[in-house]
Design a protein around this ligand. Structure first.
Ligand code: PHE
Ligand code: ZN
Length: 868
């Protein structure tokens, strides 16, 4: 049977709703009994049937108003009950039996390590019991948990603990009540034995909130950073958004088996342990930042997601785009705004642009979905956040915050739509957002083509801007969007030119609304160098024919760090493009003197701006370069990039060494200044690894490291430059960390991204490694995911061996964890970006997958689109 698609346009209010739920869990890893009492309220006077979602459990009994009930039909994914139209309100009692230990999908109720936990978003609740499992059904939950006290000393659920007790058979029970109405996807249960880190937070109105972080025994020293991050998040949301926490307790539980990053269940967040645990020996600076932003993200959901939730899953970006925007702002306010922006733009341009160009292209508010899990995407999340950011740019902080206040006031306690949000912003600001709304319904990456002219006589400078959105897999016809285009003009010697029309100042944000538009600036006394799309003011591709000299001017003089970084990116991309052509035409590769000159300059100023230098000096990854080509040559890109890396290393060796030595630190601290120094020093190391001093330097760097950031930087430099010391360092690392899955993920990633010819064979052997576990999504992503997405040269080997390997793995993953399978299949469905020989091989792989029995809807949806 083919899975069925759902359409946004088909939304209907439910005929019945659930107002109160009482859940009783008798927890056992092999045999859990769930009793659910639902108070149901009729919403539609003529409905005769109540359809409840549910699958993957055994139904024990059904009662209606306390009497055994048999007037129902059971299908593969639902229970359809006949309800007399005279029943306005009634109670349904349903008993189900579950096996959490056998649930490898990690949705619903499952075992993680020695504990038991739930994951209900998007549609996991229905794997626990029958329910109106849709986000517009808001109910109050009371939950009683009973389990063996010795194995599961902690029994947690949403809200407040209202009662507890011991039983005579060694079991105990705890009862929880959540006073807030919530949809089923925010329900959570955890049972297990943990170490507990406790703290408190005093809210702006003076209430004390208990903060609790639960981690595996022995990991307490790795939980403090998460706790600090949580307190910073709570404070920031009060200060910047005026939003205060609403319960008396906030719990976070770290689990090792988790499909995603983390989950914002009301009052009881469940996290992938990767985004909780951190200490200097096990976590890199990047990991520390990741923990802080995910903790913040989940916390911010308490308002944007929980208090105000989504009416239906097509509105997912309502909570995700907005919450990503909020966590980005949080990081920007606490650390460096420009560095955060650079990082986010890099990510978006690489991954979201690729999604727009893929068979999975969709607007931030999708129109059609087969498997909801497939729409937790970079488009919904990151492009969704860009759309919110554009609103912020158009409205300004004050009006934006007024819009937020209105949005919260109107929708608190409700299930809302994207339209509710835009409408609040529109009314609060007085701006007309009619055309802007198209960002919600149009998919694809718009292209802005810009040319300019300068009228010396009248001192007028003009920008001619055209917009065009190429057709996408899901949508052929495109319309003009409202695109905020932020610009700046610089004189030859770097002075910033004031933007004027006639005699008045004009905004540096241009409203691009037509297909072709010209913007005129007056009193411009010399031909300027334009900085275009500053801060990436819109998620678009920019096409302006910069000369190297213009780019040099921007790198040297632009006030805005983002502009300077971006200008250098353009130089890198041009350099790669030229050399790729030379490679393809079998000509010798050559490095442009201009770029070397700029890089010399960058290194000369390194100590004045450590963080920015680290960012501008690091060469874009192969996958970043790849995204700028319609037709990707994975081997050619790898060759050209490595040539660039080696040339820079040789040419600037002395300067790199000076910079490397200058940025040495004596002890490890997670503070901005030191993190910047480590980043810069380690970028220098990554280049120096390719010179004759590489092996000695890297070896020493590894053994002198007192923290994971430096240790991993050394390992990375050793493997990428294929240094003689690499095997010994890899061996040493494995020996030290093989019992720690999270740390080993770094090692698996390194192995999977090795440039060695025989990397596939190595990866295949590592499937048997003592630290590898096919059931753990982190391990699968670190080894197999990294190989497929971060080692394009090997994955796209022209003999098809990379594809065959991935398909073999996916056939197994389809049965154990389809959600993870559907993530890992991504590089394979992007086949149209490759030459016909590779396309044929990729297609063959996809067809082999499509032919298997029991193909999960997750994979079906993507493969079907890819093979069209
Ligand atoms: N809602 C979670 C977040 O954005 C992500 C998630 C989705 C987690 C689905 C689990 C399952 O933080
Ligand atoms: Zn989220």
């Amino acid at each position: 049977m083919q899975p069925k698609a759902k359409f946004r346009k088909d939304y209907r209010q439910p005929d019945f709703t659930v107002t109160d739920i009482y859940l009783d869990f008798q927890l056992d890893p092999q045999d859990t009994l769930v009793t659910s009492k639902l108070n149901i309220q009729r919403q539609n006077g003529t409905a005769t049937h109540l359809r409840l979602d549910g699958h993957s459990f055994e139904l024990i009994s059904v009662k209606l108003n306390t009497q055994p009930f048999t007037q129902f039909q059971q299908t593969s994914d639902a229970l359809i009950l006949e309800i007399p139209v005279s029943y306005e309100q009634f109670e349904l009692e349903i008993q189900t039996r579950l096996n959490p230990a056998q649930n490898t999908s990690l949705q619903g109720l499952y075992q993680s390590g020695d504990g038991i936990c739930t994951q209900c978003e998007a549609e996991g609740f229905r794997q626990i019991t029958y329910m109106l499992d849709r986000p517009d059904v808001l109910a109050k939950y009371r939950t009683k948990l009973t389990a063996c006290k010795q194995k599961y000393p902690f029994l947690l659920s949403n809200g407040n603990r209202i009662a507890q007790g011991d039983l005579e058979d060694g079991r105990h029970w705890v009862e929880w009540e959540d006073p807030f109405f919530k949809p089923s996807y925010l329900f959570a249960v955890v049972a297990g034995d943990f170490d507990l880190l406790k703290d408190t937070f005093i809210t702006m109105s003076g209430r004390e909130v208990a903060l609790e972080i639960y981690v595996d025994r022995g990991n307490l020293d790795r939980a403090t950073w998460a706790m600090e991050s949580l307190k910073r998040s709570m404070k920031w949301d009060e200060e910047r958004f005026g939003l205060e926490y609403d319960l008396d307790i906030y719990m976070i539980v770290a689990v090792d088996f988790f499909n995603m990053g983390a989950m914002e269940n009301k009052g009881l967040n469940i996290f992938n342990s990767k985004f909780v645990l951190a200490n200097p020996q096990t976590a890199t600076d990047e990991d520390y930042m990741g923990v802080e932003s995910v903790i913040a993200h989940e916390y911010f959901h308490n308002w944007t997601g929980n208090r105000i939730t989504c009416r239906d899953w097509f509105q997912l970006s309502l909570k995700e785009g907005l919450t990503v925007f909020r966590d980005q702002e949080f990081t920007s306010d606490l650390w460096s705004r420009s560095a955060k922006r650079i990082e986010d733009v890099r990510f978006l341009r690489t991954h979201q642009f690729a999604e727009d160009a893929s068979p999975m292209a969709h607007p931030i508010r999708p129109e059609k979905v087969i498997e909801m899990n497939n729409f937790y995407t970079v488009t919904v999340y990151e492009k969704g956040a860009e759309v919110i950011r554009m609103l912020h740019t158009l409205l300004g902080e004050n009006k934006f915050q007024e819009g937020m206040k209105l949005y919260v006031a109107e929708n608190d306690g409700k299930a809302a739509t994207c339209e509710d949000f835009v409408s609040a912003m529109e009314r609060a600001s007085g701006l007309d957002l009619a055309q802007f709304r198209r960002w919600y319904s149009q998919s694809g990456t718009p292209e802005l083509t810009i040319s300019d002219d300068y009228d010396e006589k009248h001192q007028i400078y003009r920008l001619h801007v055209s917009q065009y959105t190429p057709p996408t897999a899901d949508q052929v016809e495109k319309v003009n969007l409202h695109i905020p285009l932020k610009v700046a003009l610089y004189g030859e010697n770097g002075q910033k030119i004031h933007l004027k029309y006639e005699l008045s100042s004009v905004s540096d944000v241009l409203d691009v609304i037509h297909e072709h538009q010209t913007f005129e600036f007056h009193s411009v006394t010399q031909r300027p160098v334009p900085a275009l799309l500053c801060d990436f003011s819109a998620p678009v591709r920019l096409d302006y024919n910069y000369t190297p000299a213009q780019l040099m001017t921007l790198v040297k003089f632009a006030e805005n760090d983002f502009v300077r970084w971006d200008a250098l990116q353009t130089l890198y991309f041009n350099e790669l493009r030229t050399n790729l052509q030379r490679y393809q035409q079998a000509q010798p590769l050559r490095f442009s003197t201009e770029l070397l000159e700029v890089l010399t300059l960058v290194l000369e100023n390194a100590n004045k701006e450590t963080e920015l230098t680290a960012l501008t000096l690091s060469l874009p990854k192969e996958t970043e370069f790849a995204e700028s080509f319609k037709l990707i040559d994975p081997v050619g890109i790898a060759v050209a990039r490595e040539f660039m890396q080696k040339t820079i290393a040789e040419a600037l060796k002395e300067r790199l060494l000076v910079c490397y030595n200058y940025n040495k630190l004596t002890n490890y601290q997670v503070v901005a200044e030191d993190m910047a120094k480590r980043a810069l020093r380690n970028v220098c190391l990554s280049y120096l690894a390719f010179t004759d001093v590489g092996n000695g330097l890297v070896h020493k760097h590894y053994h002198n490291a007192d923290n994971m950031t430096d240790m991993l930087a050394a390992l990375n430099a050793a493997t990428k430059a294929q240094l003689p010391c690499r095997e010994q360092l890899l061996y040493d690392f494995e020996n030290k960390w093989h019992q720690d899955g999270l740390v080993m993920d770094k090692w698996f990633n390194l192995q999977a991204t090795r440039p060695d010819e025989n990397v596939l064979e190595l990866v295949q052997n590592l499937l048997e490694h003592r630290s590898f576990n096919f059931k753990n999504p982190n391990r699968v992503r670190a080894l197999i995911g990294s190989f497929a997405t971060q080692n394009p040269k090997a994955f796209h080997a022209i003999d098809g061996s990379g594809y065959r390997f991935l398909v073999d793995i996916l056939m197994k993953l389809n049965d154990t964890n389809p959600q993870v399978a559907a993530r890992i299949v991504e590089p394979l469905i992007k086949l149209s970006r490759y030459d016909t020989q590779r396309q044929t091989l990729m297609r063959r792989g996809l067809e082999r997958l499509k032919g298997i029995d029991n193909l999960a809807p997750d994979l079906f949806e993507k493969i079907e689109k890819a093979l069209k």
